[in-house]
Design a protein around this ligand. Structure first.
Ligand code: ZN
Length: 326
């Protein structure tokens, strides 16, 4: 693998490469960021870099060590908790046993611990002991979406590396280069992925379900604006059932409203849901008011997050949508 195969996170890559070249590699890293940011992929390239015999600014992909890593069986690279479930003390005991042994082939051993926040209290306390007297030839990389879920004593002994959301442009370039996706799908994926690369990839591959969710929500929107206020009561059970997905539902509605506004203002180029542009044109014709619907939607989303009455927040949102359309 090469660093360039991972989109974005340039600062992190530069600093990791520098640490190898300057012989300043830490014994423990925490890679922190939301799921889908490519933490594991970057941890793998970094591990390969550490074990590669000819590392310069990328692993060589030719030495024996690189070949073994690329085929998934290097004896000095260990991935722990692949399924990201609970990490029990026994697993950490096994890790410690291995940490204090000599490497098999390279001069280092690398341990990648997925879902590191899943360590039980006993496991975490046992793990802490390795960090108190870290063996010089081991590098441990803890992956987590939230470092606050780890013991503070663990965090203070590791170097935290925070993954940032990737820009839309970076995601678009990456998709076009690696998947040859059409502009239309690329725009859609970049927009809906919210800076999370793997999510964009899943949208392109059709694994994410976001496109079917989008079709469902746009249909729902159509229903809301073409019915009378009774519909608000009819939809109560729908919104109750979809409470866990409300973020994405509001997100899709907001994007849709924005698209309708773009069309209204003759800015068709800026439309995200280009494949629905004819419907957007129809909705423009149904627009009567011009209040700050986007702001209201954002407010609804914030209110739900801060635990106001869910049903009231949704009813109010639907009412406001109906005031603007119809
Ligand atoms: Zn190599």
């Amino acid at each position: 693998m090469l660093y360039s195969q991972i989109a974005g996170q340039e600062e992190i890559k530069t600093s990791l490469i520098k640490s190898i070249n300057n012989n300043k590699v830490s014994h423990c890293y925490i890679f922190e960021g939301p799921k889908g940011m490519g933490k594991y992929d970057l941890a793998l390239v970094f591990a390969q870099s550490l074990l590669c015999s000819n590392f310069t600014s990328n692993p060589c992909n030719e030495c024996l060590s690189c070949i073994k890593i690329n085929s998934g069986n290097h004896p000095d690279l260990h991935t722990i908790n692949n399924d990201e479930t609970t990490i029990k003390r026994e697993e950490i005991d096994t890790l410690i046993e291995s940490v204090y042994k000599k490497p098999y082939e390279s001069d280092k051993k690398v341990y990648i611990i997925k879902g590191a926040h899943e360590m039980t209290a006993q496991a975490a306390n046992t793990f802490l002991k390795t960090l108190e007297e870290p063996p010089g030839d081991s590098v441990i990389i803890l992956l987590t979406y939230n470092a606050n879920l780890l013991l503070p004593t663990i965090v203070s002994r590791c170097q935290t590396v925070k993954f940032r959301n990737v820009s839309k442009e970076t995601i678009k370039t990456y998709l076009q280069k690696n998947y040859g996706t059409s502009d239309e799908i690329t725009d859609l994926a970049a927009e809906y992925s919210k800076g999370i690369l793997n999510r964009a990839v899943n949208i392109v591959n059709g694994n994410d379900g976001i496109l079917s969710k989008r079709a469902e929500i746009i249909k729902l929107f159509e229903k809301i604006i073409s019915a009378d206020s009774e519909i608000i009561y009819e939809l109560e059970s729908y919104f109750e059932e979809n409470k866990d997905n409300i973020d994405i539902i509001i997100e899709i509605i907001m994007m849709w409203i924005r698209d309708v506004m773009f069309v209204k203002n003759n800015l068709d180029d800026l439309v995200i849901n280009k494949d629905y542009i004819q419907l957007a044109k129809m909705h423009v014709r149904l627009m009567k008011g011009n209040n700050d619907l986007i702001e209201i939607m954002q407010g609804t989303s914030d209110n739900i997050k801060s635990n106001v009455n869910y049903k009231l927040a949704i009813d109010n949102m639907l009412l406001k949508i109906q005031e603007v359309f119809k």
